[in-house]
Write a protein of this length. Sequence first.
Length: 246
Amino acid sequence: MNPFKKRIIIDSRVKSTRVIGQAIAQANHAPRVWLQASTATLYAHRYDAPNDEATGMIGGSEPNAPETWRFSIDVVKKWERELKAAATPNTRKVLMRSAIVMSPSPGGPFDMLLRLVRFGLGGRFGDGKEFVSWIHDQDFVRTVDWLIQHEELDGPVNLAAPSPLPNVDFMQALRKAWGIRWGLPATEWMLEIGAFVLRSETELMLKSRRVIPARLLQSGFTFLFPTWPEAAVDLCKRWPENGRKQ
């Protein structure tokens, strides 16, 4: 990615946040809450312990971390910093650090992963040990409503299911939900080719995102889909191109 594209990505987050902050500051009736769409990619690539809001490790300094990973984290840092700097004393500010939202809608992450499974390519990615953090689309919507209603919640909040799991188990559960027993594993070089074709980044598949929603759980939020196997079954049933749908 060239410097021009990087600047566009950063400016799209930072400048829009700055303008919103200025508008709220000048409003005669400021909104009660400002929900900022952040991302859990801010956290470090790790296997040893989960990242919560209080003790999670911020990424960017991991040994051998690709430059694209560091850039993603830099974007999030600047994005969140701009929100925190906004002078909006009468508006509660929430940083929604979302994991990958799994929805059956066409073109999304789940759609892509399920297509790999359907074509026999749904094995583990890399060494299979990377943790996958995710959230079911219905729980994502419910958490947004929860954040609006619960005024004690401000600052960073992780929007992720409470049970991240290694990629090898994640893909196995997805294959089982679809009714396929085996999937061809993908090595890092294969993922690099696939990411290039899809105009994406291998960070989505190779970075270990072990994120837990400590603050949501402490506030009393209950997930409809706390574990991936049951979420995968529901998403497969709702996938719009499911030829087996009644």
